[in-house]
Design a protein around this ligand. Structure first.
Ligand code: URA
Ligand code: URA
Length: 212
């Protein structure tokens, strides 16, 4: 579980300085096999922030999160509820470097990247945080949680950059959704679409999506 309010060594950095620092990180062994660090993409600040697992092959090549097949599906699902990826979201990952062969990130790699994620949250200052899949859920909310049990539920955490609590919703990872064609009632895609509608409603509370 992450306590976002613990200070980091990057707390005096603005986004550009933070970004440059992150891009040259050699804090864990993933730095030896990556092509480049995938820091994150989107508006800063942004009312909605999304945290995935870790970069895959295409992300590692191009330096942007969620641009492969899973990313395209994620973009489509957001669009289906009127949330525009380029204008309404900041997207990043639990670890910023690709784990070899897309294995799950190891705990020491997640820990090494933790300060970056904490600083990133304070720079982006989201009101709503979406966690994609088990590694992201367990890293942010705690290892006792399982995505199949808690997806679609709201969690609240206190963060020092605003008075209201940060609202957090775990969702199925889009790579998981790619394994199921069905959009029938009760299917993973149907459930996720309903979760997205709830996220859209919560976002609307903070203003029209694209003018957040
Ligand atoms: N899967 C993730 O979790 N993150 C990416 O950036 C791409 C695929
Ligand atoms: N298992 C995962 O790791 N992620 C999902 O989204 C679903 C099952």
């Amino acid at each position: 579980m992450i306590d976002f309010n613990i200070p980091t060594e990057y707390d005096d950095m603005n986004y550009d300085t933070f970004y440059a620092k992150c891009r040259e990180c050699t804090g864990c062994k993933l730095s030896e096999t990556r092509t480049q660090v995938v820091v994150g993409v989107g508006k800063v600040p942004s009312n909605l922030m999304v945290i995935g697992e870790g970069p895959g092959a295409q992300e590692d090549e191009q330096g942007e999160p969620f641009i492969g097949r899973a990313g395209q599906l994620l973009t489509k699902i957001f669009e289906s509820v009127g949330i525009n990826r380029a204008e309404d979201i900041y997207i990043t990952n639990t670890v910023k470097c690709r784990p070899p062969k897309n294995r799950d990130p190891e705990q020491e790699e997640i820990d090494a990247c933790n300060g970056f994620l904490r600083r990133q949250l304070h720079l982006v200052q989201p009101k709503i945080l979406v966690l994609l899949g088990n590694p992201s859920l367990k890293t942010i909310l705690g290892a006792e949680h399982s995505i199949t049990k808690v997806r679609g539920q709201w969690f609240k955490r206190d963060v020092s950059y605003m008075d209201e609590p940060l609202y957090i919703m775990p969702l199925f990872h889009p790579s998981y959704l790619l394994r199921y064609a069905s959009k029938e009632k009760g299917s993973p895609k149907w459930l996720t679409w309903n979760d997205m509608k709830e996220i859209k409603t919560a976002l609307s509370y903070y203003g029209a999506a694209s003018t957040l």
